[in-house]
Design a protein around this ligand. Structure first.
Ligand code: ATP
Ligand code: MG
Length: 239
């Protein structure tokens, strides 16, 4: 590397300091029936520690596609994604999976719980995946379920829980391994207003107590009010 190049690299690294995630000029193109479909068209964004950031935009604008890239589930076609000092855009599947299991939690619109496992066992699953010692599971699982107000539902399986309760188990499961980043795709879409408000208050609590950063998508204008920052997506770009 020349001196000039290394200076430029240092400057870029300086710009990423104090940020958990930086996205520069990210594009994502899919090949559909032999033709390219440009879904993300030059996205720039950043997430700082303990922020609650929201993505809004019409159906098909590219929110889920972006969220998948932020979490290393998908790769950008162009551009860079740095997560906690690591270049997601140049890491392979296996490397990204290891980072994801340790440092990222996901919540999907349809709760993604294992149907035959109890709430407690569902939460344990992410500790197992993250390689947390078994002797630490009990306390952490109980703490996380208490945080979402479900300590009394520990032994219920998903079909024995309401929609809002299932979503709260999904939150407990997503944060159990102490991720730095929690990504949530329309986490309140299937809930009524009261339940949605409860979920948002759980989010605000865990940002404070677990020091996590949350990036979520939503269509709900009342929910957008509690965001530290809202990115508005139109046709694969922020406006
Ligand atoms: N794997 C894929 N292959 C081809 N096209 C895709 C793929 N994934 C997404 N797309 C297309 O990219 C566009 C954006 O999809 P995406 O799921 O990101 O939208 P969204 O903003 O999350 O919408 P919604 O609000 O409905 O969830 C859509 O037109 C979709 O058809
Ligand atoms: Mg979506």
């Amino acid at each position: 590397m020349s001196l000039q190049q290394s200076n430029a690299a240092d400057e870029a690294a300086d710009g990423r300091k104090d940020k958990l995630l930086t996205v520069s000029n990210v594009e994502r193109t899919f090949q559909v029936g032999g033709a390219p479909l440009h879904v993300l068209k030059g996205i720039n964004m950043e997430l700082r520690p303990k922020q609650l950031v929201m993505l809004r935009g019409r159906s098909g604008s590219g929110k889920t596609t972006l969220l998948n890239s932020l979490g290393g589930l998908d790769m950008p076609s162009k551009g860079e994604i740095w997560f906690d000092g690591r270049p997601f855009h140049s890491m392979n599947d296996h490397q990204r999976t290891l980072v994801r299991r340790k440092d990222i939690g996901f919540i999907f619109q349809a709760f993604a719980l294992m149907p035959l496992l109890s709430a407690k066992e569902n939460v344990e699953l992410s500790l197992r995946m993250a390689g947390v010692k078994k002797s630490l599971w009990k306390e952490r699982v109980e703490h996380c379920l208490a945080m979402v107000g479900l300590e009394k539902r520990m032994h219920h399986r998903p079909f024995e829980l309401s929609g809002g309760e299932q979503q709260r188990v999904a939150i407990a499961k997503a944060i159990a391994h102490r991720p730095k980043l929690l990504l949530a795709d329309e986490p309140t879409a299937e809930l009524d207003t009261g339940m949605a408000a409860q979920i948002m208050s759980v989010f605000q609590t865990i940002i404070r107590t677990e020091e996590v950063t949350i990036c979520m998508t939503t269509h709900d204008p009342t929910i957008l009010e509690v965001a530290d920052h809202v990115y508005e997506m139109v046709d694969g770009k922020f406006i």
